[in-house]
Design a protein around this ligand. Structure first.
Ligand code: ASP
Length: 460
């Protein structure tokens, strides 16, 4: 196995085998210097003419060729050291060089920040874009955040459970992505807008503490910074109060930030718990930016928004829409208002906001089938539709359902803010364009008529 580039910093005097990409090449007189790049960083490799065969080959090297070298780690002469990089005090005296693959001239330079490159080109050649330091660091940060979350929740007794991607329509308020069934002509699966129903059914199943780094699919018009698929830290717990959920998420985020991005300062701990009506009165928005100094990129102002109204009136459709989703429990003391004055009913919804962004939402759920039916009717779902779409949920509640609730912070937005990036595409390995296209894979794309026939689909 090759040595990782940055580890050579501790290996002065030793022989190493390294492999990676030619980041840059400089010729000084007769000496050739290569900056060899691997995922960990750069190391300087020196080829001198006295090792004739190796030197000859080194003369052919071009940027982004993939090479393997063997050589000795030596301290750099004084005055030649570079304090900016981990391996800045050493260099490798090359003794053997093998060219593993050559590279054409890249469509853009990856040894500089690619922010200035046209985004469609970056997406088309995402595998090159990710070679750049900023993109690689963003993926590294994302990996560290996810791995911290997994360890933290494991210690807290959560189980990570996978839920299906091929499923049935879920009510998060967006359009579904549909997948036609070959075996069941005319029928469709839907990709999950979130694992909402499954996580609640896992509570009925007795799992008590569930989480998943879950992919969610929503076919929305791509306004602003949205993606057709995105990732949530989806979690659900049984036998908890709203405050239990909030304090768990707060503790997770505080520790995560302290460990992974210690340069960030959280404005207020505990995070303020603010009522929806107060916030609306004071800031005229349900996600105010509560930073003390809005120019400070390292300030993080979290808050929880609670005491939401359960419904908002949809004037166009002349009906009540849930503020969160239809499984959100009304507050007990407001139950009598459900029939009389739905606008006044408050719910157990909680949103988490960060620097003016909504970074997650959740609630304590309805567990009484009668209340669930009532809420479904109020949002205009007919009795038949209730049975067809949510019969399984209502039925499950008849077999011993624990009180439960959860939350689902959006991972992309959180990592975006921690990385000081302006949009979530910068922290996703393979994002789509604003209108949902993948330029690299060329998706969506036409398929051949036989595939359509198999799926019982006629077009045109
Ligand atoms: N499923 C919800 C959402 O995606 C989150 C939750 O209620 O836990 O917003």
């Amino acid at each position: 196995m090759k040595t990782i580039n940055i580890e050579t910093a501790k290996k002065t005097g030793q022989k190493v085998e390294l492999a990676g990409w030619v980041h840059s090449r400089r010729d000084h007189g007769k000496i050739i210097f290569i900056d060899l790049r691997d995922r960990s960083g750069l190391v300087q490799v020196v080829f001198s003419p006295d090792k004739e065969n190796v030197y000859k080959e080194a003369e052919t090297l071009r940027p982004e060729w993939v090479i393997l070298i063997q050589g000795k780690v030596k301290e750099r002469p004084r005055g030649m050291q570079n304090p900016k990089i981990t391996t800045g005090k050493i260099e490798i005296e090359a003794e053997k060089l093998e060219i593993l693959s050559q590279a054409k001239t890249l469509p853009f330079e990856v040894d500089k920040d690619t922010k200035i490159v046209d985004e469609e080109t970056r997406m088309k050649y995402r595998y090159l874009d990710i070679r750049s330091e900023r993109m690689k660091n963003n993926l590294d940060l994302r990996h560290k955040v996810i791995s911290f979350i997994r360890n933290y929740l494991d210690k807290e007794g959560f189980w990570e459970v996978e839920t299906p991607i091929l499923t049935k329509s879920t009510p998060e308020g967006a359009r579904d992505y549909l997948v036609p069934s070959r075996l069941h002509a005319g029928k469709f699966y839907a990709l999950p807008q979130s694992p909402q129903q499954y996580k609640q059914l896992l509570m009925v199943a007795g799992i008590e503490k569930y989480y998943q780094i879950a992919r969610c699919f929503r076919d929305e018009d791509q306004r602003g910074d949205r993606q057709p698929e995105f990732t949530q830290l989806d979690l659900e717990m049984s036998f908890v109060t709203q405050e239990d959920i909030l304090s768990l998420v707060e503790d997770l985020f505080v520790k995560l930030i302290k460990t992974i991005t210690p340069e960030k300062k959280i404005t207020k701990i505990p995070f303020p718990r603010l009522s929806h009506s107060d916030v609306m009165k004071k800031y005229k928005t349900d996600r105010p930016d509560l930073r003390k100094n809005k120019k400070d990129p390292n300030e993080l102002a979290f808050a929880f928004i609670i005491d939401w109204p359960i419904f908002e009136y949809n004037k166009d459709e002349k009906r009540w829409d849930p503020c969160h989703h239809i499984f959100t429990s009304p507050k007990k003391e407001d139950l009598p208002l459900l029939d009389k004055d739905p606008a006044k009913v408050r719910s157990w919804q909680h949103d988490i906001i960060l620097n003016g962004n909504e970074v997650g939402g959740g609630s304590i759920r309805i567990t009484d089938p009668a209340i669930q039916e009532k809420v479904l009717k109020l949002v205009g779902i007919t009795k038949d539709q209730i049975q067809a779409r949510f019969g399984h949920m209502l039925k499950s509640f008849e077999y011993g359902v624990p009180p439960h609730g959860g939350i689902a912070p959006g991972l992309d937005r959180l990592v975006m803010i921690l990385a000081n990036e302006p949009n979530i595409r910068e922290v996703m390995a393979f994002p789509k364009t604003g209108d949902g296209r993948d330029f690299m894979m060329d998706a969506p794309t036409k398929v051949d008529t036989n595939q359509l026939k198999d799926l019982h689909i006629k077009t045109g």
